[in-house]
Structure formats: C-alpha cells, structure tokens
Design a protein around this ligand. Structure first.
Ligand code: ADP
Ligand code: MG
Length: 486
C-alpha cells in the first residue's frame, strides 16, 4: 500500500482592532442591531468614495514586523469581482498583485516539553481587505435578511506556503498565529465572533512525489478543535477517494461539526474568475521607512524573545516559559508578581500563576486582567511563603481571603487572622518537648522501629500549634530529641 504525505497551507482572516471600518467611518463594534453600522459607503450608494483607515495599515505594518516579513513600500488595492447578496458593490476591495506584507515566517512547536519539535512555517503574504456583510437565514417569513454591519470591516488575510504536514502542525500554526496577533494588539482573537477564521487547503500526495496533489479548501474554521477534526476527516476522505480509483477535484468544502464531515460547497474558482484589477478609487498605499521605524520602536517584546528572557533571567524551564508567554496579559502578570515577590521566588510565582491562579480564574470564567487577586497581591503573598511567615497550606487560605475581598494584602490577612507561622526555635522546642512527655506510648513505638509513630508525633505537635508551627522545624527538632533519647 502507498504511503501518503499530507500537505496543508492556511489562509487566515484576522479582524483588525480598528475603531472604524477599513474604508468608511462606521463603527466596527460587534453585535449591533442589523444594519445599524452601515453607512453610505458600506451599502455602496452610487458616488461614494472609500477612504483608507490609517489604523488598519498600522496593524499590517506591526504584523509584518512581528513575522519579519518585507513591508512593501508601495502596495495596491484591487477589486475582486463577484456577485453575492451580502456584497452590494459587486466587488470586494482587497490586495492582489502587490500586497502590503510579503514573506515572513512563524515558528511553531509540536508536542510538549523535551519531546517538542520546532518547525518554521513560511508566510507567502499578508494583505489588507474588507469583509463582506452577512446573509441571515433566520425566520423572516421564509425570506433571508442581509446585515451589512460587517461589510467593510477591516481584515488582514495571512497566507502560508504549503508547509504543514499534519493536522497537528496546522493547529500548532493556527494557535501560534492567534497568540501572536493578540499579543501585538492587532486582533482581539475572539473566534466565536469570527475575529479569527482559518481556511485550510489540504492535499495528499504519494511520499516522494515532488508535485503537489490537488487541494480542497476547507472554509471558515472557527475553532482549533474543528480545524483538527476537519483536516483529519478530509485527509482520510482524499486518500480513500484516490485509493478507490477516484480523483480529487479542486473544490471549496465546508466542515459540518455535527457530523464531523466535510462537504463540497462549490467547485473551486480560480483567480482569473474574479477579474482582479487595481481599484481606481484608491491611490497606491505608500509606506515610508520612518513610519515603519516609529512603529518598530513601539512594538512589544515578542513572545519568543520574552520566552528566552524568562528562561535566562528567571531560570524557568522551557515548559514554564512557554506557558507564561502564551498570552501578553499572563506574561505581564507574572513579571509584576515576581517584582513583588522577589527574584528568589520565580519558580513559586510560575507555579502559582500557572496552577492555582489559572484554576481559580477558570472556575469563574475570568480573564487574568480581571483577577480579584492582583499580581502585586499574589507576589506579596508568595514573599510570605518564601520567608517562612506562612506555610503553603495557609497561603491557599490567604489567597482565598484576598480573592473574596477580606483584605487588601497577604500581610493584612495574616495579621487579622493571626496566621503567622511559628518559627521561633524556643517555642518549637517547648512544643515538641510537651508532645514527647504526653505521648510516651508513641515514643516507645518509635524506639521499637515504627517510623509511623514519628509522623504521628509531628501531627500531634502540629495539632497543638493549630497548624501554625513550621512543620519542617518541628520534624527536625523531633528527630534530634528522639536521637538524644535513644
Ligand atoms: P487561493 O486559495 O486564493 O486560490 P492560493 O492558490 O495562493 O490562493 O493558495 C492558497 C493557500 O493554499 C496557500 O496557503 C497555499 O499554500 C495553499 N496551497 C496551494 N496549493 C496547495 C496544495 N496543492 N495543497 C495544499 N495547500 C496548497
Ligand atoms: Mg483561498
């Protein structure tokens, strides 16, 4: 049986975080009443002219810088002609021969920890374009409605080379790209609202064959899980089709998440079907190097750079550094937490942010920016664990108390509740000696070699101290005393 190689290229539409549309002054905010955000330009009244939104261009430049692509000094808007009810102009303004960003790359990593494999996905281009409106097939007495709120909203379409070889690589790429556009602040990444949608072009070819197989394009994947399912199904379908003596025809397909199947929507149109030509209403887009330089100076430190810095400066493992730089807000929170806790508490901060805080936020569906325990508060709490004021167990209670608003800082709650750990050597000695006196039977058992008796004695001491004695000191001193006794 032949072995098959999977080939995938991805096109992504990222909705840009501009306040108004790409060629008109209408608002871009999501969820408004149908057609409440569509002005004369968006509904294509005769005689209107598009005016390019500078903010959208800045987003494209930032993206180009982030992926180290070439930012074209001169790019051109083109009309992509087709008919559809949600496209009143009869064409979409896009970029074709001269896109704003050419080339660039995105580094992905597949698998976790020590088994992770790195790979670079080359980008073909990224271009600016407007979105179309929406047809609403809800109940309008058997008719469909047209909502033009989305018409003209600003998009950056990001196209890869056919570099991915499995659904896992495709998903890793999509996740990395998603994190990146959010990180640099050009897209809100909200996939339910359609702010980040991917089309996956999939083909298969016998291993060793040079030319690419015929691809089918799966449209509008708006979740990473669906992307994985859709590609896996599509690959299986193509292999079975070819092995069964059939041929794969170039087509555009839709993924049905209910059945888990892909289904042909239309035979694939080619570029020439769209009769692209430069839009005579818009001047070429000229980007001077000063503009790029100004934006470069304001770019945030990129995730991969920050990850390396976290490993170097804070001694974090690859795994921890990856997790803490998955999103800008998390990375910022972590660094503010470390600043408050002290540099000898980095591992502790990493654990608290990734485990305890993350779990608590998940439980209440809160983003980290709205965490009731702020970074400085958590750092202050961790500082008290590190300096021995409270135990880890106590810290969890203090964390809850800050979370529920009982106090503003760990110190305040430790004082108020009298949680300060007993670390004074004299007090601990007195405590242990008392326990030894009143538990003679356990001492005897210990002398007979029963290690369990030792733990029972520690437990007894901790109970008498209401959990406040430093357990490490208690057990150390107990060992010493028992050694003296025998
Ligand atoms: P369009 O879909 O607009 O016609 P392209 O032909 O440039 O645009 O291809 C779009 C995407 O499809 C790119 O990401 C490209 O890498 C990918 N692609 C092209 N040919 C194949 C193929 N045979 N198999 C898989 N992906 C492909
Ligand atoms: Mg396409």
């Amino acid at each position: 049986m032949k072995k098959w190689e999977i080939v995938i290229g991805i096109e992504t539409h990222a909705r840009l975080l501009t306040r108004s549309k790409i060629f008109s002054g209408s608002s871009e905010s999501f969820g408004a009443k149908p057609n409440a955000q569509a002005n004369a330009v968006d509904i294509a009244l005769p005689g209107v002219l598009p005016v390019l939104n500078e903010g959208a261009v800045e987003c494209a430049i930032k993206f180009g810088l982030a992926v180290e692509g070439r930012i074209a000094p001169r790019s051109v808007f083109a009309r992509k002609n087709y008919f559809y009810p949600d496209l009143p102009k009869g064409y979409q303004i896009s970029q074709y021969e001269l896109p704003v960003v050419v080339g660039g790359e995105v580094a992905i990593s597949i698998g976790e920890g020590g088994d992770a494999v790195e790979k670079t996905i080359r980008l073909t281009r990224a271009h600016l374009e407007e979105d179309a409106g929406k047809s609403l097939h809800e109940d309008f007495n058997g008719k469909s409605g047209i909502d033009l709120n989305r018409a003209g909203t600003s998009l950056l379409e990001i196209v890869t080379e056919p570099d991915m070889r499995s659904s896992a690589e495709a998903v890793a790429y999509a996740r990395t790209l998603h994190a990146l556009v959010c990180w640099i602040g050009i897209c809100d990444g909200n996939m339910q609202e359609g702010s980040f949608r991917c089309d996956a072009n999939v083909s298969v070819r016998p291993v060793g064959q040079e030319t690419l197989g015929t691809r089918r394009e799966i449209k509008n994947l708006n979740s990473f899980r669906f992307m994985q399912q859709a590609i896996d199904y599509e690959v299986q379908w193509q292999i079975e089709t070819i092995e069964g003596g059939g041929r794969v025809e170039q087509a555009t397909v839709l993924f049905d998440s209910d059945t888990g199947e892909t289904r042909a929507m239309r035979s694939k149109e080619d570029a020439h079907d769209y009769r692209y030509f430069p839009d005579p209403d818009l001047l070429p887009l000229i980007i001077r190097s000063e503009w790029i330089g100004g934006l470069r100076a304001r770019m945030p430190e990129l995730p991969k750079v920050r990850k390396r810095r976290f490993m170097k400066d804070y001694g974090l493992s690859d795994y921890d550094a990856t997790a803490l730089t998955a999103a800008l807000d998390v990375a910022d929170y972590f660094e503010r937490c470390v600043a408050a806790a002290g540099k000898n508490a980095t591992k502790s901060c990493a654990n608290w942010v990734m485990v305890d805080l993350a779990a608590r936020l998940n439980r209440e569906y809160l983003p980290i920016t709205r965490a009731p325990v702020g970074a400085e508060q958590l750092g202050g709490l961790i500082a008290r664990i590190v300096d021995g004021t409270i135990s880890n167990n106590m810290a969890k209670k203090v964390f809850e108390a800050i979370w529920s608003g009982e106090g503003n800082s760990a110190d305040e709650i430790i004082e108020k509740r009298g949680l300060r750990q007993i670390t004074d050597a004299g007090t601990i000695e007195t405590l242990v000696d008392g326990v030894l006196r009143t538990n003679a039977a356990m001492v005897t058992e210990f002398k007979l070699g029963k290690e369990k008796a030792f733990n029972a004695l520690v437990g007894q001491a901790m109970r008498e101290a209401k959990g406040k004695a430093n357990p490490k000191q208690v057990s150390e001193f107990l060992r010493k005393r028992l050694a003296d006794l025998s």
